[in-house]
Design a protein around this ligand. Structure first.
Ligand code: HEC
Length: 259
């Protein structure tokens, strides 16, 4: 494996996105748009937040804990949680991911002045409360840590594709086209939340090639050495005018990109 990395600044990139007039790679765009309305859960092992994953009394305890440990910074107004935790903001930040990511983020980073200070039960209660605040109905059983990884966070009508603005990891063939660098035979983008590259890279390298395509939007680039490699790209997902990635890093996974 070779560790070339190209980095650039997001602001420059965002300007590049608006300025870009690149043509959609039609195949990739069509495939992304045609994902099934509801992904079949493999052997029923994956549930979604809509399957009654927390209990009413757990959310009630969660409200009390939220008041005690969160509200001084994320104030409740008229009993409602701040907008950043509900609706569009909630789905953009946490949608198409497992509930474990939200739990882990809160457990490790919050309360911001004393991170990691809350018990497992309290964190779970607060997550239940946040689900309830998003009008997601309760079920009979309480949410447990064991269940988190198999619970998918997604809008009820989600088509399974990640929203623009999500920070993602995706692997594919680094290809130079007339319009610039693109990623072809790309896998479906996954949320990336600062996981361990040493663990992610081998896992992504083993994934079969996909059929998506993404324009790579850079401020600066020095990718010639990796042309034709299978690469791992991380950055912000862009959906318009074409599917693209606002790149923060590119790493070579293999020197050859077998189809
Ligand atoms: C001392 C102030 C403070 C307290 C208390 C606090 N937070 Fe935060 N919270 C922050 C700050 C600061 C950030 C990060 C900056 C930002 O995104 O606003 C943040 C961000 C977040 C995020 C977004 C993280 C992301 O990756 O998008 C969530 C979710 C969150 N807080 C939940 C909670 C919950 C739940 C509690 C109670 C257990 C809590 N916070 C308590 C200050 C606080």
């Amino acid at each position: 494996m070779d560790g070339h990395t190209a980095s650039s600044h997001r602001l420059t990139l965002q300007r590049a996105v608006t300025a870009t007039t690149l043509i959609v790679l039609a195949v990739g765009a069509v495939l992304v748009a045609q994902q099934p309305a509801h992904r079949a859960s493999p052997a029923g092992s994956v549930r979604s937040v809509w399957d009654g994953v927390y209990a009413e009394q757990q959310a009630e305890r969660g409200l009390l804990s939220y008041r005690r440990s969160c509200a001084r910074c994320h104030a409740l107004s008229d009993g409602a949680v701040p907008r950043r935790f509900i609706g569009d903001a909630f789905w953009t930040a946490w949608g198409e991911d497992s509930l474990a990511s939200l739990y882990t983020s809160v457990r490790n980073n919050m309360p911001a002045d004393f991170p990691g200070s809350l018990s497992e039960t309290t964190n779970l209660d607060i997550i239940a409360f946040l689900l309830q605040a998003n009008a997601i109905p309760a079920g009979f059983d309480e949410l447990t840590v064991d269940g988190l990884r198999t619970i998918r966070v997604a809008r009820r009508d989600s088509d399974g594709s990640l929203p623009a603005g999500a920070f993602v990891a995706v692997s594919g063939c680094l290809t130079k086209a007339a319009k610039g660098w693109t990623l072809t035979s790309a896998t479906t983008p996954e949320r990336f939340r600062g996981g361990d590259v040493a663990i992610d890279a081998p896992r992504l390298a083993e994934q079969p090639a996909g059929s998506a395509a993404f324009d790579l939007l850079f401020g600066v680039s020095s990718l010639d050495k990796m042309e034709g490699h299978r690469v791992l790209v991380r950055g912000l997902l862009v959906r318009a005018p074409a599917d693209g990635i606002n790149v923060t890093s590119v790493q070579s996974l293999a020197g050859l990109c077998a189809p």
